[in-house]
Design a protein. Structure first.
Length: 334
């Protein structure tokens, strides 16, 4: 894949060697993300950050990544404050906003909407999540995190055991991550969810066709003896009513006691965030916050590295970042 000038809409665009290249660029972004040095390689460039669905981490992460490369960010949030609420088409919006931007990051509640938007865009578009469909940058940062965390235990993605827990039907992060994992070898996936919220058949077919072992269960405790536990929340915004979503809240809770009894001593805990910490949900308890294998915040940090890499690659400056390096004159706690 030649990334320069290209959209990033789906994990289906990638081959395994693409992933390794993206990760190599992301690693080089760490000094900039930690404010050890700065770079102005995208000085004068503008990111159109369009988030038509609620977001905190992903929206701010995209903006932060672009700023760290020296670029400027212009953004809009919420459908109701955009021209889409007045009936404007995605195509028309794309034609206009792309004339103001050098690259666009976009999230939208409808599956396929970001790809539709990209058809009208004159600049690269990066998918920040489209409904329950895909979240390619989250999948990349998840895989990058898995690789980094397993390396500390002299393990690799090939041959690992990952347990995915929660709302696997509506969770776009597990859909995209599963597609990326299909490029690896001998992965064992335990898919743990209520029967009604099981992983879609097309995702399971992709995994099994790749030769992976897939275990499907509605019993969490007996399937946690894995290298990675990837916990997800109930995607209540994808349900027809709050009452329907409430049927499943709190069914799969991971806390320190359950971790000690059922996980391995070095099982890595991941979550795409936000975790629902309300008492009736609490799928990932705060009593795990001091567990060194809780990787959720390192996972979020890695999102900046991956998005910096993608911006540098799509704008054709991945090999020029260091040439525009300068000192950090301000205090930073990083």
């Amino acid at each position: 894949m030649n990334f320069s000038g290209q959209h990033v809409l789906s994990v289906n665009q990638f081959e395994r060697d693409n992933l390794e290249y993206i990760f190599s660029i992301a690693e080089k972004m760490e000094p900039y993300a930690k404010r050890k040095v700065r770079t102005n390689v995208l000085d004068g460039a503008i990111l159109g950050n369009l988030f038509f669905e609620p977001s905190t981490r992903t929206r701010v992460s995209f903006g932060c990544a672009f700023n760290l490369l020296g670029g400027e960010v212009r953004e809009t949030t919420g459908m109701e404050t955009s021209a889409l609420a007045k009936g404007e088409s995605l195509y028309d919006t794309a034609r206009v906003i792309s004339s103001y931007s050098d690259v666009i990051a976009m999230r939208h509640p409808q599956a396929g909407s970001v790809a539709e938007f990209a058809e009208g865009s004159r600049v690269p578009v990066i998918n920040g999540g489209d409904g329950a469909n895909e979240h390619p940058t989250q999948a990349l940062l998840d895989l990058y995190t898995i690789q980094s965390e397993l390396r500390a235990f002299d393990q690799k993605v090939d041959g690992m055991h990952i347990a995915m827990v929660g709302d696997l039907k509506n969770g776009r992060t597990v859909h995209s991550l599963s597609k990326l994992l299909s490029m690896y070898k001998n992965v064992h996936l335990s898919l743990i969810s209520p029967t009604e919220l099981a992983m879609p058949d097309y995702v399971i077919d992709t995994l099994e066709n790749a030769g992976h072992k897939v275990t499907i269960s509605d019993n969490m405790e007996q399937n946690l003896n894995a290298d990675i536990v990837y916990q997800t929340r109930i995607q209540e915004e994808r349900f027809e009513s709050q009452l329907e979503a409430n049927k499943y809240r709190g069914q799969f809770r991971l806390n320190s006691d359950i971790y000690t009894r059922f996980c391995k001593s070095n099982t890595v805990i991941m979550h795409p965030l936000p975790r629902d910490s309300r008492a009736d949900a609490n799928e990932l308890d705060n009593d795990l916050n001091q567990n060194p294998n809780l990787a959720i915040f390192r996972q979020a940090d890695n999102g900046v590295l991956i998005r910096m890499a993608l911006f540098a690659m799509t704008l054709g400056v991945a090999d020029k970042v260091d040439k525009y390096q300068c000192e950090v004159p301000f205090y930073s706690a990083k």
